[in-house]
Each structure stands twice: as structure tokens, then as C-alpha cells.
Design a protein around this ligand. Structure first.
Ligand code: SF4
Length: 391
């Protein structure tokens, strides 16, 4: 199997004027997200998923993928980014504005993976797709010698074609293919977005349970329901899943409980995780790189051997070391290291994720507290332990 770095029919690179007319967040190819430093040098997608984050970037109408720069330039910007640490920072490729396995995009994905691998980097790399993956793709994915590569396959089982135009059977087939051929990479069933009433029936849950047997881990999450996505739902006459929008993902308690109950039993289903990084880490036999072990109630569904791994790796960092790094990044006010997280003020998400991945310990913003048991999700659909809905 040739894994040449040459791309025979390269995607065009957009002219500078067009790039500068885009929303700055979209034109900026690197974004630090919770699961890693995300590199998005290709934008545009024909798949039209109703809940796509491209709504947030005014990019939903761009159906033909285009590059913002060459693959070489994208790699160079990633590895020279101020927050990139070789062998440590988790990386995500093309997870924001296209699907990396679209036929015209895939050669560029493989090209960048090849270049990163040839640098000897062992960082985690996450690739998320809902599209077709064939055995010959798996051969390429297996050929990388250094990267810790995970392919997450998004499968929602949402039947409404206006919300989910891509048949979930495509993702299901890709997952099986990936799992059957996995040697050096790992594959995760990314069961999302779960929306009560839309795709959480007993049949949907049974389907996910069956698919979980064809993955190294299964991660379930809710829906990002931001204003822009709500506006799209409204203008297209789609059923509104919630009465209100939220900054964080929505995963109501009742739906979560039904899912957890369905996965209990004799252990014949695949291991289930609430957090992406937990599933990825487990798939590679490692401790979670986001330090979720500090949020101990997250771990109640985790396999015992994984809990032991995370417990062994999780070390409360020294306040002086944290303070020095946080101040260099611009933190103001008190800096705290408690038994769950580092708590800072005045740092937005990128530097907080830098600290989190660097120390392997959660890093929270004092202004945005995480509610106990809600796991950093939106308060919609959750009762506080005293029976009220959290503010
Ligand atoms: S033990 Fe906790 S932190 Fe570690 S992978 Fe499991 S859920 Fe995540």
C-alpha cells in the first residue's frame, strides 16, 4: 500500500481575499479545544447535518471543500504553535468545518498525518468522521509508526433526514471496517448528538449497544444547541429539541440514566464513557489526558482497570509550578489547586486547556463553575441534589 505524501488532485487553496472575508474564527486554522489542538486547514462540506457547528461560523452554505493553505504550511503552523508540545498536546485534524474522510479531503488528511508521523511525533491525534472508511484507508491509517491515532465515528441514528441527511448505516459500516482492520490505530464509537425524543428510544440504545462491540471504546454526548443552530432549526421547520440554548452540550439526566442502565449487565457491551478523552485514552490503554479523574463522579461507569490507570497517573500539581505557568499566560486574581481542578481567573479556553493538558489535571475558570454531577454540561434537564434545577 503506497502512502506517498503526494496528493494527486489537490483541493484548490482559496484566494486571500476570500479567506479574509470569512469569520476570523474560521479563517484561523488552529483552535485549542478540550480534546486537543485542532487543525482545520480545509473548510466546506456537502453533508448538511442540521446540528453542524459550521452554523456558528456562517459557513454552512459552503458545500465544496477548499483549503485555506497548503498541507505543509498547516503542519508547520501546528508544530510551531505557542501551545503545541511535542509528544504531549493532543491534536485533532479537520473536526470543525468538513469531514476528513470525504474523498476530496482524505488525501490531505493522510498527507498531514504522514508529515506529522515522519517527524517522529507520538502525540494523540483524533480524527472524527461520519463518512465512508474502506479497508484501503485502514491500511494507510495502520501505516503510521509514531502517532497515537484514534478514528472516532459519529453515529447518531437520527432518522429525520432534515436533521441527519447522512444515513447512519454509513457510519455503522465504517466503524466495523475500522475495528476489523485496526492494528496501530484505535476506533471509537462516537454516539452523538443524543437528543431526547429523537434518538434515545430503546431501539436506538440497543443499536448503540450492538455497535459498541465493534469499537475500542464508546463515547456518548448530547447536543450543542447554540443560538445559530436553534435559528437553523426554526427556519427549516425542524422540531425544536429544547426551549432554550446553552453554552455547553446538553445531556439531560433522565436520558443519561436510561443509557447507563441499558449498558449495565454482564460486560458484553463495549466500555462506555462520558468524555471523549476518556474513551480515547482507554482505547490506547492510557490514563485520561484531561485529568477527569479529579471529577470522580465521572468515573463511576469506567472499567476498574482504567480507573486504576487514571488513579496511578493523576497527581495534584504543585501550586507554585501552576502559579508560575498561569501567570505567564496572563492569569489574574487567586490561583487555586484543589482536589478536583486548578481554578484560575482571566484565562480563556486555549491557555486553560494548555494548563490542563500540561499538568494532566482539570483547569476551570472561576467565573464558570462546573456543577457537581453535571460533568461540565448545560444545566438543562438536570435537577440539583436538592431537587431544584441548577441556576
Ligand atoms: S477513570 Fe475516570 S478519568 Fe479515567 S478514563 Fe475513566 S472516567 Fe475518565
Amino acid at each position: 500500500m503506497s502512502t506517498s505524501t503526494s496528493v494527486r488532485r489537490a483541493l484548490p487553496i482559496l484566494p486571500v481575499e476570500q479567506i479574509s472575508s470569512m469569520k476570523p474564527e474560521l479563517a484561523d486554522v488552529i483552535e485549542y479545544r478540550k480534546s486537543g489542538l485542532s487543525l482545520n486547514w480545509v473548510v466546506g462540506c456537502p453533508l448538511e447535518c442540521g446540528y453542524c457547528v459550521r452554523h456558528l461560523f456562517d459557513n454552512f452554505e459552503m458545500k465544496a471543500p477548499r483549503r485555506l493553505m497548503s498541507d505543509e504550511e498547516a503542519v508547520s503552523q501546528l508544530v510551531s504553535h505557542r501551545y503545541f508540545v511535542a509528544h504531549k498536546t493532543p491534536i485533532q485534524l479537520l473536526n470543525r468545518a468538513t469531514d476528513p474522510m470525504l474523498p476530496v479531503v482524505k488525501p490531505h488528511l493522510f498527507n498531514v498525518l504522514r508529515q506529522l508521523d515522519e517527524r517522529g511525533l507520538t502525540n494523540h491525534v483524533l480524527v472524527i468522521t461520519r463518512w465512508r472508511v474502506e479497508p484501503e484507508d485502514c491500511a494507510v491509517l495502520n501505516s503510521f509508526k509514531n502517532l497515537r491515532l484514534t478514528v472516532l465515528v459519529t453515529h447518531s441514528n437520527i432518522a429525520n433526514p432534515k436533521i441527519e441527511p447522512v444515513d447512519s448505516a454509513i457510519a455503522a459500516k465504517s466503524l466495523r471496517t475500522l475495528f476489523d482492520h485496526a492494528e496501530r490505530y484505535r476506533t471509537v464509537l462516537y454516539w452523538r448528538p443524543i437528543v431526547p425524543g429523537l434518538n434515545d428510544s430503546n431501539a436506538d440504545i440497543a443499536r448503540a449497544r450492538e455497535l459498541s462491540q465493534h469499537a475500542h471504546a464508546t463515547v456518548f454526548t448530547g447536543l450543542f444547541f447554540r443560538n445559530e443552530i436553534a435559528a437553523y432549526y426554526e427556519s427549516h421547520g425542524l422540531p425544536m429539541p429544547y426551549d432554550e440554548t446553552a453554552r455547553r452540550k446538553i445531556m439531560p439526566e433522565e436520558a443519561e440514566q436510561r443509557i447507563l442502565t441499558a449498558f449495565e449487565g454482564d460486560g458484553s457491551w463495549g466500555a462506555l464513557f462520558r468524555k471523549t478523552s476518556c474513551g480515547v485514552a482507554y482505547a490506547h490503554g492510557e490514563a485520561d489526558y484531561n485529568g477527569h479523574y479529579g471529577i470522580r463522579e465521572l468515573c463511576d461507569i469506567c472499567p476498574p482497570e482504567q480507573i486504576a490507570r487514571c488513579a496511578g497517573a493523576w497527581v495534584q500539581p504543585d501550586l507554585a509550578a501552576v502559579t508560575q505557568e498561569a501567570r505567564e499566560l496572563g492569569a489574574v486574581g487567586d490561583i487555586e489547586v484543589n482536589d478536583r481542578a486548578i481554578v484560575v481567573e482571566g484565562l480563556d479556553e486555549p491557555p486553560r486547556y494548555y494548563l490542563q493538558h500540561g499538568f494532566g489535571y482539570q483547569c476551570h475558570d472561576r467565573a464558570k463553575p462546573h456543577h457537581h454531577r453535571q460533568h461540565g454540561r448545560a444545566p438543562i434537564g438536570w435537577k440539583a441534589e436538592n431537587g431544584t434545577t441548577p441556576a
